[in-house]
Design a protein around this ligand. Structure first.
Ligand code: SF4
Ligand code: SF4
Length: 283
């Protein structure tokens, strides 16, 4: 049994939270990129797909995901400011360009998918950004099998780095696990090992929900199974409900106290009015 990692909530910054693929923060020196791509006999050529699919949010250049950069002339020479392009562009390379393990079927113009590795919140991600114009391309058998194999390899840390694999299409993203693909709908989630070559992903409503679920999960010291995770989620949910009810009870008590106080004031006022009226009658 794989030793269970202590659960820590994965917290991703805005780019990931919105499911927008940023150009990545693992910068490679331009010369290194050239040496690696030359060794493979690969070059960007007519491809400019990263200049469209990826978001860039740097002081020197900003662009949303899935829109062409204003400097790009796709199919007509590519970057119009190539010699002066900013560092964020110089230091970026997709995995097809530099990684010998990535086959030619992944050439971005052919696959319509840009692959890159990035780091967020201390965790590393292998990201497959799919052109929204061909959203099912990644599910085609040959691509899908490679993505699944990469996901397993990444979770096993076979390259020496623990990598989570994401598929991103527009604002949607999926975490790829060996046995299933999980659409990530919250910025708060955590991948947890549940056995040999088995992982599950917990998705939380918010940070507090995550802490509670993970605290409940931590009660199961030896192994995690989907059933235990579901149970932990129920425990956390029940705690939240109980707290909400307690808060509601306190509110009801406060309201009752206030109502009682108002009632007593009214009664005192009425009594005072009666007394003063009676006083008037007497004198
Ligand atoms: S996606 Fe890759 S091959 Fe295409 S332009 Fe970008 S870095 Fe070059
Ligand atoms: S500046 Fe050039 S290299 Fe950078 S995103 Fe725009 S077109 Fe692409």
């Amino acid at each position: 049994m794989r030793k269970r990692e202590r659960a820590v909530i994965a917290h991703h910054e805005a780019g990931y939270a919105l499911g927008l693929p940023s150009i990545g923060n693992l910068r490679l020196d331009e010369e290194v990129v050239r040496a690696l791509s030359d060794a493979l006999g690969r070059a960007c050529g007519a491809c400019s797909l990263c200049c469209k699919l990826l978001q860039i949010d740097e002081p020197e250049l900003k662009k949303p995901a899935n829109e062409w950069c204003r400097h790009c002339r796709p199919g007509k020479g590519g970057c119009a400011i190539y010699d002066e392009r900013p560092p964020v562009c110089r230091d970026f390379a997709c995995e097809w360009l530099i990684n010998p393990k990535v086959g030619d079927e992944w050439q971005p113009l052919r696959s319509k998918i840009v692959i890159y590795i990035t780091e967020e919140g201390g965790e590393f991600f292998l990201v497959f950004v799919v052109d929204p114009g061909i959203p099912n391309r990644w599910r085609e058998a040959s691509y899908y099998q490679s993505i699944k194999a990469a996901a397993l390899s990444g979770l096993r840390s076979e390259t020496g780095t623990y990598l989570q694999t994401l598929v991103v299409i527009g604002e949607r993203r999926w975490l790829i696990l060996p046995h299933r693909d999980v659409e990530i709908t919250s910025r708060w989630y955590k991948v947890v090992p549940i056995g040999d070559d088995q992982w599950e992903v917990l998705i939380f409503n918010d940070e507090e929900h995550g802490r509670r679920v993970l605290a409940a999960v931590d009660q199961y010291v030896e192994t995690l199974t989907p059933e235990l995770i579901a149970e932990a989620e129920l425990i956390a949910e029940a705690e939240l409900i109980a707290e909400a009810e307690a808060e509601q009870d306190e509110q009801l008590i406060r309201e009752a106290d206030e109502a009682m106080e108002q009632q007593l004031i009214r009664e005192a006022d009425e009594a005072a009015a009666i007394y003063s009226a009676e006083d008037g009658d007497i004198f």
